[in-house]
Design a protein around this ligand. Structure first.
Ligand code: FMN
Length: 258
């Protein structure tokens, strides 16, 4: 016998809510403007342009798909080497890069998303990346650029603390934190938005795992973190935008090569 709370929460995993949702009342069907594809960056903020696939060296990310898939594992030990800006460009393109604009409020990316709503913002706690000062940055997919958000004093320990003491989260060259803006998905799907947001997050992180393998790096999905602390580190309000998934990235350490 399962208890009532488990039963109630299991419902979230199913698609029963679709039949109970009046789609004629969604923001989209009421004719409301969709939320922007990308959270705007303050005009005066520092931006870093990233490179695009045809600018990358021939050797970059050419590991075969079979190799990348078969080598993939969660890697929690990093060598301490820095990532190049080209490698970071590749990781961002692989996880949230825009493939095609579809018009107002929609873009296709390198990962799938229910209704192409793409409800994530990618934050990066950069520690060791060529030519970038450490600190918190955010990816701007429409510009394929980074925007500097703020410096983060004591970043390594702050990240480890926010991840319930998981030290490797602070020791990475760069820690990806995907935040969700649920309204982007709710605009189209109402109450059925939340289940597909989580499904979407899996695709993004899996692409990061595979892209890491293609550049001699590794990552580890992390879902255990203190929600309020992580949101505070990101500088988001925890209601209209909040952390949803974390994935530290670094060049492979010796222990992770077994
Ligand atoms: C949704 C999700 C959440 C996870 N959260 C954590 C975590 O908080 N800490 C951690 O060390 N590993 C975490 N992992 C990694 C798993 O422990 C790992 O995928 C699993 O042990 C299988 O190992 P493999 O990825 O090497 O195949 C998570 C993985 C997933 C997919």
């Amino acid at each position: 016998m399962i208890d009532d709370r488990l039963r109630a929460h299991r419902l979230f995993l199913t698609d029963h809510l679709r039949k109970q949702t009046d789609f004629s009342r969604t923001a989209q069907n009421l004719g409301l403007t969709p939320p922007p594809v990308q959270k705007p960056a303050p005009l005066e903020s520092r931006k870093v342009t990233l490179s695009v696939p045809d600018q990358w060296p021939e050797s970059m990310g050419r590991t075969s798909l079979v190799e990348a898939i078969s080598q993939r594992k969660s890697r929690r030990k990093y060598s301490g080497e820095e990532l190049t800006l080209v490698e970071l460009s590749f990781l961002l393109w692989s996880t949230q890069g825009i493939r095609k604009m579809l018009g107002h409020g929609t873009a296709l990316r390198t990962v799938p998303s229910a209704g192409a709503r793409h409800s994530f913002e990618t934050y990066l706690f950069i520690n060791k990346v060529e030519d970038l000062a450490p600190g918190l940055y955010r990816y701007l997919p429409l510009d394929h650029a980074l925007v500097h958000v703020r410096d983060v004093p004591g970043m390594e320990s702050a990240l480890a603390r926010a991840a319930y003491g998981q030290k490797f989260v602070g020791r990475a060259a760069v820690t990806f934190v995907w935040a969700c803006i649920p309204e982007r998905m709710e605009w189209r799907y109402g109450l059925t938005a939340h289940r597909v947001i989580l499904l979407d997050a899996g695709h993004v992180c899996q692409n990061l795992y595979l892209a890491c393998e293609a550049v001699g790096a590794g990552t580890c999905a992390v879902a255990a973190y203190d929600q309020a602390e992580m949101d505070q580190l990101l500088g988001v309000d925890g209601e209209d935008e909040f952390a949803i998934y974390v994935s530290p990235v670094g060049k492979k350490g010796v222990e992770s090569e077994e």
